[in-house]
Design a binder for this molecule. Structure first.
Ligand code: FE
Length: 390
């Protein structure tokens, strides 16, 4: 038996945040990140809309980037004291991911964080509150997905939590919030969205339900990302929808080894963090070449859907070339070396990173199985920019 789960309602379009005026309930907790939503006036707007609906609002602010287990527990405690019937989270991926995990511990105070690590094993939610998410970035699509990433800093581990219970009830995809994104974030989150859609389309879990969402998202990213990056707000709006479509696809079809590699290299080097979307953008063409050995036809479908012609293998080459061209337009480097990762440190760490990447939760749905030795080879291709021919 397979399952396809999305939020009950998705409100979209400029000003769609006004839907908050129509919610029914008594109390809402608003989970927020570092303060940009407040600075741009969106928090005041949300609170006043909720007031119009007769809902009392409490803020839970300052969820950090890469939210911690401690923040999740503190938020759950605040929820237990305030007893909201709506959990609303606004901002980038981090506050929304944190709020999803808080929700579990609000409804199940005796649950242990360790209990949630096993995918699709959560207790039944919505006994106390419903969940509404309002994203301000155009990439993670956490407003429609069954995922949340929480970091255990004591153990130095990032836990990807996965369960359809935490798929939000309502998503508000209001492009006015995405207008606040800086240029580099627009590029990185946009390429993250493209990677979500491409990985979902070739995933072993792909289905007739997810394919159209993935293909439309890919088409839209190729059409709108460069101008969105250059500041065209109509294109920024379309990108906000494209990333949401990609999220609907990958929440149900899962991802692949581009994400496995990005997860395990993001914080691995002393020269600095590699932003998630930037890492995906660098790895994507190399992984397509690796996976094409078994999934050439699926990648060719993608290429043809954006107007590329030729044999399957010509289509795959042209798709990779197109991604390379987009990376150039978006100022994303072609290799880890160009990104600035030190060669000696890379070579010293590559085997252990490869091992971890093979063990990542996203590897299981990659179309082509991979060994740690092949993963190390692939990472070396991404470092030096050498062709993938194995
Ligand atoms: Fe991603």
């Amino acid at each position: 038996m397979n399952r396809f789960t999305l939020p009950r309602d998705i409100y979209y379009g400029k000003g769609s945040m006004e839907v908050l005026k129509t919610l029914t309930g008594k109390r809402a907790i608003l989970v927020l990140g570092g303060g940009s939503m407040k600075r741009f006036g969106f928090v005041d707007k949300a609170v006043s809309y909720l007031k119009e609906a007769g809902i009392e609002t409490q803020l839970f602010e300052n969820v950090e980037p890469d939210p911690s287990v401690e923040t999740v527990m503190a938020g759950a405690k605040a929820m237990r004291e305030f007893e909201p019937d709506w959990i609303i989270s606004m901002g980038g991926g981090s506050p929304i991911d944190a709020a999803k995990a808080m929700w579990v511990f609000y409804e199940y105070p005796d649950a242990k964080f360790e209990d949630l690590i096993t995918p699709f094993s959560f207790p039944t939610l919505r006994t106390k509150a419903k969940f509404l998410a309002i994203p301000s970035t155009s990439g993670t699509a956490t407003e429609v997905t069954a995922f949340s990433v929480i970091t255990d800093y004591a153990k130095g581990i990032k836990y990807p939590l996965a369960d359809f219970n935490i798929t939000p009830d309502v998503a508000v995809v209001d492009p006015e919030l995405a207008e606040t994104m800086p240029k580099t974030l627009t590029a990185h989150t946009g390429m993250d969205a493209l990677t979500h859609a491409i990985e979902a389309y070739v995933s072993t879990m792909n289905s007739p339900f997810t394919d159209p969402l993935a293909l439309k998202a890919i088409h839209m990213v190729f059409d709108y990302l460069p101008d969105s990056y250059e500041g065209d707000m109509n294109c920024r709006e379309q990108m906000h929808y494209a990333q949401c479509l990609a999220g609907m696809a990958f929440s149900n079809a899962l991802l692949g080894i581009v994400h496995s590699m990005a997860h395990k290299t993001g914080a691995a080097f002393s020269t600095g963090h590699i932003p998630h979307g930037c890492a995906n953008a660098i790895y994507l063409p190399y992984v397509i070449k690796f996976n094409a050995k078994v999934a050439e036809g699926r990648y060719a479908d993608i290429a043809r859907s954006i107007g590329i012609e030729g044999t399957d293998s010509q289509c795959v080459d042209a798709l990779c070339k197109k991604i390379d061209e987009y990376n150039v337009k978006l100022n994303i480097p072609k290799t880890l070396k160009d990104f600035g990762i030190n060669e000696e440190e890379f070579l010293q760490k590559v085997d252990s990173i490869a091992e971890l990447a093979v063990g990542d939760a996203c590897t299981g749905s990659n179309p082509r199985p991979i060994t740690p030795a092949e993963m190390a080879e692939l990472l070396k291709c991404c470092y030096y920019g050498t062709p993938v021919n194995f």
